[in-house]
Design a protein around this ligand. Structure first.
Ligand SMILES: NC(=O)c1ccc[n+]([C@@H]2O[C@H](COP(=O)([O-])OP(=O)(O)OC[C@H]3O[C@@H](n4cnc5c(N)ncnc54)[C@H](OP(=O)(O)O)[C@@H]3O)[C@@H](O)[C@H]2O)c1
Length: 283
């Protein structure tokens, strides 16, 4: 992007930490006017520090993805101030550990609320502006949006839901000039696990007949995060690719591990075969 051109505007959700923080800094470094949103702007210290270290400026605003009024205020504010919105990165999300017998339905609804309806709230508010800009709608899902994983029933259901929604939307959005992509990380060293807010020993003690399975799962997952996690910058590189590639594929994995894992299930790893087929249904 030339320094004299009006910069394109990207809005990113959930930038207080992790992949969202790294993607915001990477997008600003790539020349985008970056609207870095947080549900609680008082938690922006790490974001401001990372931006200062990278020598970039961010446009930091409040946005809680589960609060429609907050979403509308943020999107309307961007349009009022900049007159355009070229891309949205739905990054905000939250993990959950549990299983059918031990979760309440309310627990599962809460997981869907953030990871699925939150994405919907932001995407719906943004789409008219993305359409005007010929823009991009990018959502950070997970390998758990393709492959179900133990004790992640609710989280994977929400991420499957997002992937199904976006895969269905992609040909329709393409018919009006908007590109839709999902980005699938595997384990990434962020605040994600801490933010689940669990005491693993207490969870295992309370898991009844599922205690041995949960114990094994927790042991395996801790080892995976200690030994095999990507950095948030590595994961954000795939988000930036979805944002800047001339023709972004529908589906991008953030690592070889994520490609191998989702590849166990996906014949159409980057989603191009599906989207090229369904595009012909609306052409
Ligand atoms: N880390 C991994 O291993 C991993 C793997 C696969 C997929 N992912 C996905 O990657 C995305 C980013 O996660 P991360 O790893 O960077 O974790 P993270 O460090 O916990 O970041 C999650 C971000 O989402 C925000 N958030 C949560 N609820 C929100 C809401 N209602 N409105 C707005 N923001 C909200 C959090 O804000 P607060 O600070 O306010 O809580 C935080 O900024 C998520 O969609 C996650 O599902 C992560």
């Amino acid at each position: 992007m030339s320094s004299t051109a009006t910069p394109k505007v990207v809005l990113i959700t959930g930038t207080s930490s992790g992949i969202g923080l790294a993607a915001a800094v990477a997008a600003a470094r790539a020349g985008w006017h970056t609207v870095a949103t947080l549900r609680d702007p008082r938690r922006a210290d790490a974001l401001r520090k990372a931006a200062a270290e990278a020598g970039v400026e961010l446009d930091i605003r409040q946005l809680d993805v589960v609060d429609e009024a907050s979403v509308a205020a943020a999107v309307d504010g961007v349009i009022a101030d900049h007159g355009r919105l070229d891309a949205v990165i739905n990054n905000a999300g939250a993990g959950h550990l549990g299983t059918l017998e031990n979760d309440t339905v309310a627990d599962v609804r809460k997981v869907m609320e953030v990871n699925f309806f939150g994405v919907l709230n932001v995407s719906k508010a943004a789409l008219p502006h993305l359409r005007a800009a010929g823009g991009r709608l990018i959502t950070v899902t997970s390998v758990g949006g393709v492959v179900g994983q133990p004790f992640n029933e609710a989280y994977c259901a929400a991420k499957f839901a997002v992937e199904g929604y976006m895969e269905s939307l992609a040909p329709v959005a393409a018919s009006v000039g908007v590109s839709v992509s999902v980005v699938e990380p595997g384990a990434v060293a962020t605040e994600f696990v801490n933010n689940v807010g669990l005491d693993p020993e207490a969870e295992i003690a309370a898991a009844g007949p599922y205690a041995p399975a949960l114990d094994a799962y927790v042991t395996r997952t801790v080892a995976q995060f200690l030994n095999g996690a990507q950095t948030q910058d590595e994961a954000a590189a795939a988000v930036l690719e979805a944002l800047t590639a001339e023709h972004a594929p529908f589906r991008l994995q953030t690592s070889d591990w994520a490609r191998d894992f989702t590849g166990m299930k996906l014949k159409d790893l980057d989603g191009s075969a599906v989207v090229e087929t369904t595009r012909t249904w609306v052409a």
